[in-house]
Design a protein around this ligand. Structure first.
Ligand SMILES: [Zn+2]
Length: 339
């Protein structure tokens, strides 16, 4: 038994980690991977379309075994229906394939994002095609939808999409606004209840210390985005879990085209470990709760990612591969012959 474990065994109240660990954690010089060996993670909100193959490799190396990619805003307004179609198709097609090439199970949620709900002419057209994608394999929810500027148009399309979710029996992934967050979060939940949907079918996202109590008290799932500078830092997240426990709480990276960190979950898990959160609670907020919430779609089979997945980078998707000229595919199947 190593020195650290001895200390903990002798002093069970010593949950804060050693002085050395605390110091290294604040100095960020710590190798977080040392603290999360053998842990598995599920990131229920990450926009891989905007990320590189290096990110996929880093996620796989850090123990992220499955992810959910919500449909969202691409950073500039779309000009027509076709780009929505192509985007949704890529979420259930090419991006899922790309993810599989790194042994990561990829799911998605499909929806009209709040920002683009304000282009009503286009929003009407998008509403018509949503059912074509919502019933596809691997679509685990309607999302991310909700409020941005909290306009009447946003409310209209939020409500319409709640009805689609109800009809399809899918969970709803709710984006809460950056401005007037408390008001927007309360409004999202009140409307959800008005539509007669079980709060357990809702994952209310981008929570903070101001919103979490009400979300949990009303029976919704509370997701937290660990996103540098804007949403939550992971030291604050540790305090939230200490205060509220692990029930119905989950964390995500929401990594996208902005300055964000796809490794937010493994890093936060390491910090939780250092700060004395139990392995049981870490597992719930970084893995199991997200699975429980989105498995209500009937689209998640944990056997697809619980054990190491075969990776075969010689595979193609519609004739296209992730390899470029001259690159060697990585094939690590459980093959007997090793070349
Ligand atoms: Zn997002």
């Amino acid at each position: 038994m190593c020195q650290k474990h001895n200390e903990i065994a002798q002093n069970p109240s010593h949950f804060e980690g050693t002085a050395e660990e605390l110091a290294t954690a604040t100095n960020v010089q710590v190798n977080f991977m040392d603290y999360i060996k053998d842990m598995k993670f599920f990131d229920p909100h990450i926009h891989m379309t905007s990320r590189t193959t290096d990110d996929y490799q880093a996620l796989a190396d850090a123990g992220v075994v499955a992810i959910i990619e919500p449909a969202f805003w691409l950073g500039q307004p779309r000009t027509g229906l076709s780009t929505f179609k192509d985007y949704y198709s890529s979420l259930i097609g090419w991006e899922r394939f790309r993810s599989s090439q790194f042994g990561i199970k990829h799911y998605c949620t499909i929806g009209l994002n709040s920002r683009e709900a304000n282009n009503e002419a286009l929003a009407e057209e998008v509403m018509e095609i949503l059912p074509l994608y919502l019933y596809k394999e691997g679509v685990v929810g309607v999302g991310e939808i909700g409020f941005d500027d909290q306009t009447a148009a946003e409310e209209k399309y939020y409500r319409l999409q709640l009805e689609l979710a109800k009809e399809a029996g899918l969970p709803v992934q709710v984006h809460t606004p950056h401005r007037d967050k408390k008001k927007g979060t309360e409004r999202s939940m009140a409307i959800a209840l008005e539509h007669g949907i079980d709060p357990q079918m809702f994952i209310i996202d981008h929570n903070n210390e101001e919103t979490v109590k009400s979300v949990l008290d009303q029976g919704f799932y509370a997701a937290f985005t660990i996103y540098p500078f804007t949403k939550m830092g992971n030291e604050r997240m540790v305090e939230v879990v200490k205060q509220y426990g692990s029930e119905r709480i989950m964390i995500n990276s929401a990594a996208d085209w902005g300055i964000s960190d796809p490794l937010a979950i493994p890093k936060t898990a390491a910090l939780m470990k250092i700060k004395g959160i139990s392995d049981h609670d870490i597992r719930l907020v970084t893995y199991q709760n997200a699975i429980d919430a989105f498995a209500q779609s009937g689209q998640i089979n944990v056997e697809d990612f619980e054990n190491p997945q075969e990776i075969d980078q010689t595979l193609k998707y519609n004739g296209n591969t992730i390899l470029r000229g001259g690159q060697q595919p990585r094939v690590d199947k459980n093959a007997l012959i090793i070349r």
